[in-house]
Design a protein around this ligand. Structure first.
Ligand code: SF4
Length: 252
């Protein structure tokens, strides 16, 4: 019934992860990279205490690559929910090797997780939206708050076309919920441009993307999607599509 990312595999390879690199596409990506680099440099100068939330999706790997290659003065952190797919841990180790750098990872508070599991059940997030949101809160939102504590700004890899909830995503906004500036440098990038960048620069990426997982989160809450299906259709697929955010990017 459920699409555990660690259990489901597709035999065919997702063609989206290997786009045809036409000259027009290459030039578009080169231009957009320059724009992102300028934006990141400017943001790091204006907000010295800036951090990038890397969840190891394709978009986040583009930003990781730019920040690491250009040696920008931007901290990178990640959240380990304890329920990530094996492929994500493989990628995390590959990132450490590729950029010769150790990761900064935040974990949930173990007492809260232990209590949730003992009182609600190991997979209670399937039972109701409230229990799903409680799980996302203790495994993602609370650790994110700790990661952002004392920061002036943060950076995400979100794109406008990823979901109806992100349709009007600005490149820069004030994050009311977390009370700091927020940058979404890839807001206007297309999926094709993201993969063109990854291909051109040989950036490491999560191999679940090849198996039709466009958006990857925790293993029990992520499944593959059909060709042409919404990018976020594989996340919390049992819920209303207009409500599918984990709480990390919800406005107050
Ligand atoms: S995505 Fe699923 S497993 Fe991960 S924190 Fe949210 S409810 Fe829990």
């Amino acid at each position: 019934m459920f699409g555990d990312a660690s259990m489901i595999r597709s035999a065919a390879k997702n063609p989206a992860t290997t786009p045809v690199l036409t000259e027009i596409l290459k030039q578009a990506v080169i231009k957009k990279r320059e724009q992102v680099l300028d934006l990141l440099k400017d943001a790091a100068e204006k907000f010295p205490s800036i951090t990038f939330a890397n969840s190891f999706g394709a978009e986040d790997m583009v930003l990781t690559d730019i920040i690491m290659r250009e040696k920008l003065s931007i901290e990178i952190f990640s959240l380990d929910t304890g329920r990530l797919p094996a492929e994500t841990y493989t990628l995390m180790a590959e990132v450490e090797r590729t950029y010769d750098s150790k990761l900064k990872v935040y974990f949930p508070q173990h007492e809260v997780v232990e209590n949730y599991v003992q009182t609600k059940g190991i997979n209670a997030f399937y039972e109701s939206i409230d229990l799903r949101k409680a799980c996302c809160h203790m495994r993602k939102v609370e650790p994110l708050k700790r990661a952002l504590n004392g920061k002036q700004a943060w950076i995400t890899g979100m794109r406008a076309e990823q979901a109806s909830t992100r349709a009007n995503l600005p490149v820069q906004e004030f994050d009311e919920g977390n009370q700091l500036e927020k940058f979404n440098p890839l807001s206007d990038w297309t999926e094709q441009e993201v993969w063109a960048y990854i291909s051109l620069h040989e950036v490491p990426y999560n191999k679940l993307h090849d198996a039709f997982y466009p958006s990857i989160g925790c293993a029990p809450c992520t499944r593959s999607v059909a060709m042409g299906e919404d990018v976020r259709a594989g996340r919390w697929w049992w819920e209303d599509p207009t409500n599918k955010e984990c709480g990390l990017h919800v406005k107050k």
